[in-house]
Write a protein that binds this ligand. Structure first.
Ligand SMILES: NC(=O)c1ccc[n+]([C@@H]2O[C@H](COP(=O)([O-])OP(=O)(O)OC[C@H]3O[C@@H](n4cnc5c(N)ncnc54)[C@H](O)[C@@H]3O)[C@@H](O)[C@H]2O)c1
Ligand SMILES: [Zn+2]
Length: 412
């Protein structure tokens, strides 16, 4: 094969060597309980043959939300690694990082994580185990992606949202310049291990937040899953174990199907189906100074986009009511005063959010919307007068229903 092509280029000669190659990617997403029980072999099974070539240097980065002295988690982790020291060489005690958005709001923790990797003599065969919520995983994933141009990463998500969305995919990042996830990479983990036992210690908001992402994907991909969420909304609010586990597994499977099957895992096109409801969510999450969790912000963003979809006759009024009722019954919000926050020039802040979304995407502005429940369509402009009407609609609804689950949403 002679790939060289000679092209005429004005007065001179230009040579182009076209380069095309394909590499297949794979990683398992496992579900277990009590991961650090001495008999639990999930970590070895997840890495398969990769664990048979000598004990890799291993570091554990943990979210401080997991550090409850009564749980004994730290000592169980240490004992587990001691037991399996021929398979994993734990180079130092687990390193604790603050959980929550603060860990990805600056470079500080990325510097600390890469410094620890350096001081521990980590090489490209080393392993980072990151345990925590989506924020910790985003920061640790980014640090792992850039150290030695990529060091193997095992994500162990510990919130609902991290187990069914943030922790299972191919993205990481930190917030900079007032923008969510402004700096980050696409970087695949070697494995993801979801341990349902971690959900027991979550606050209600962090428990239910991930259910908003399940609604997101159900609404644009899977009407049966939406019906499941609708029918189990009261149980989900009560933290029913079977309901949440099925929610997480189905939601994770749909996300993974999208990543593997969309043909655009690294998001080079303009379309971002998984960002349904997110253009406003990211903005109100930032405006709240992250007192509003990502999942809660996404729930509000879904509500706003669903009203818009109804205004554009993409879904019926009955479908809109079903969506809003199900969110509210789960204990998820559909309204926030941040939707009405204005900047110094009197412009709605979320209108600025729309502009930021446009800048982040580049290319042709594209919004994914439901076209009936379970199907997606794309819009390429947003009529902001309609968005304003949607904000009033949700505000009115909030005052009618008190955003509670007392009763189904009534037409207003
Ligand atoms: N990379 C992606 O593809 C992707 C996708 C969606 C969301 N995200 C990001 O994920 C982040 C949100 O993640 P999140 O919802 O998991 O919240 P989070 O990471 O902010 O964690 C929420 C809180 O729960 C605590 N916590 C974590 N696990 C716990 C446990 N088992 N018990 C008790 N407390 C625990 C944390 O310390 C923190 O205080 C956002 O930054 C969002 O941008 C990333
Ligand atoms: Zn999200």
């Amino acid at each position: 094969m002679n790939p060289e092509m000679n092209l005429s280029a004005g007065n001179g000669r230009q040579t182009v060597i076209p380069l095309t190659f394909a590499q297949s990617y794979h990683y398992p997403v496992c579900f277990t309980r009590d991961l650090f029980h001495i008999n639990n072999q999930t970590l070895m099974e997840a890495l398969g043959a990769e664990t048979r070539s000598g004990a890799p240097k291993t570091l554990v980065f943990m979210d401080d939300g997991l550090i409850d002295p009564s749980s004994g988690l730290l000592s169980r982790i240490t004992l587990w690694f001691e037991h399996y020291k021929d398979i994993f060489h734990l180079v130092r005690d687990p390193e604790i990082f603050p959980g929550g958005e603060g860990v990805k709001n600056s470079w500080d923790h990325v510097h600390r994580a890469t410094r620890i990797m350096n001081d521990s003599g980590m090489d490209r065969h080393g392993l980072i185990l990151a345990l925590g919520g989506g924020a910790l995983l985003d920061m640790a994933g980014f640090a792992s992606a850039i150290f030695h141009r990529g060091i193997r990463l095992i994500r162990i998500p510990t919130t609902t949202l991290a187990q069914n969305d943030a922790g299972i995919g191919v993205k990481n990042g930190i917030n900079q310049y007032g923008r969510k996830n402004c700096i980050g990479t696409f970087y695949l983990p070697a494995a993801v291990i979801n341990d349902f036992d971690f959900l027991k210690t979550l606050s209600f908001d962090h428990f239910i937040g991930g259910v908003a992402e399940a609604f997101k994907i159900a609404l644009i991909r899977d009407s049966d899953f939406f019906s499941f969420l609708e029918n189990h909304s009261a149980l989900l609010k009560q933290r029913d174990q079977h309901a949440i586990e099925e929610t997480i597994e189905r939601c994770a499977a749909l996300h993974l199907e999208h990543i593997a099957g969309s043909g655009d895992a690294f998001e080079t096109g303009s379309s971002r189906p998984l960002d349904y409801g997110h253009w406003s969510a990211h903005k109100i999450e930032m405006l709240s100074g992250f007192s509003l969790g990502h999942g809660q912000a996404v729930s509000i963003g879904i509500a706003l986009d669903s009203v818009y979809a109804w205004h554009r006759a993409l879904i019926s009024r009955t479908e809109l009511d079903r969506i809003l009722t199900a969110l509210i019954r789960c204990g998820l919000p559909v309204w926030s005063p941040y939707l009405e926050r204005r900047d110094g020039a009197g412009r709605l802040e979320i209108e600025n959010g729309l502009e930021e979304f446009r800048q982040h995407l580049g290319g042709r502005l594209t919004f994914t919307m439901p076209a009936g429940i379970g199907q997606a369509c794309e819009l390429h402009e947003m009529d902001f007068d309609r968005v304003r009407e949607g904000i009033s609609f949700l505000k009115n609804l909030g005052s009618v229903s008190g955003a509670s689950d007392r009763e189904a949403v009534k037409p207003v």
